[in-house]
Design a protein around this ligand. Structure first.
Ligand SMILES: [Zn+2]
Length: 159
């Protein structure tokens, strides 16, 4: 069955696999948004991978999980080329790419374990980030250990 993605004036045909990946993205984002609310975390979900890796909306941070830059693109700009002139990929390309990588992961983790672990790491990262903001401590003292936690998460997730 053919699926057509329509974004404003732009259209793209999706394969069944791409359609499934997009559906997984939306359920992952819904899931994480619920977690953020439950734990009252100030993170924002990445528009490419849906992991809550950003400290605020439109912060121009680079996502630790998928490499997306946190600009103001979202569901309405899926088919636009990224604003970075050196990056011809669209937000949809990013979503599909990380979606394919995460699919491998889902064979290894059942959803509950996988999400709980990811959220624990992200929460630790968020706490460290807040400490960093409130203190005079340096990147090496706080942000670096948090980044290392993220790196170990990614290693375990095979991303
Ligand atoms: Zn991401």
């Amino acid at each position: 069955m053919k699926r057509t993605l329509i974004c404003g004036k732009d259209k793209r045909e999706l394969t069944e696999e791409e359609y499934r990946i997009l559906k997984q993205f939306y359920s992952r984002r819904t899931y994480f948004k619920k977690w953020l609310k439950t734990y009252r975390l100030k993170c924002h979900c990445c528009e490419s991978c849906a992991f809550p890796t950003f400290t605020s909306f439109n912060s121009f941070e680079i996502c630790h999980v998928c490499g997306w830059e946190n600009n103001d693109y979202g569901d309405d700009e899926l088919l636009w080329a990224n604003h970075d002139a050196n990056d011809p990929l669209t937000l949809l390309d990013y979503r599909l790419d990380i979606g394919r990588k995460l699919k491998i992961t889902q064979k290894k983790f059942n959803d509950q374990q996988y999400f709980k672990y990811a959220v624990r790491v992200i929460k630790a990262h968020d706490n460290d980030f807040e400490k960093l903001c409130e203190s005079e401590l340096t990147y090496e003292e706080f942000q670096k250990p948090a980044d290392e936690l993220f790196a170990s998460l990614l290693k375990q997730l095979n991303v």
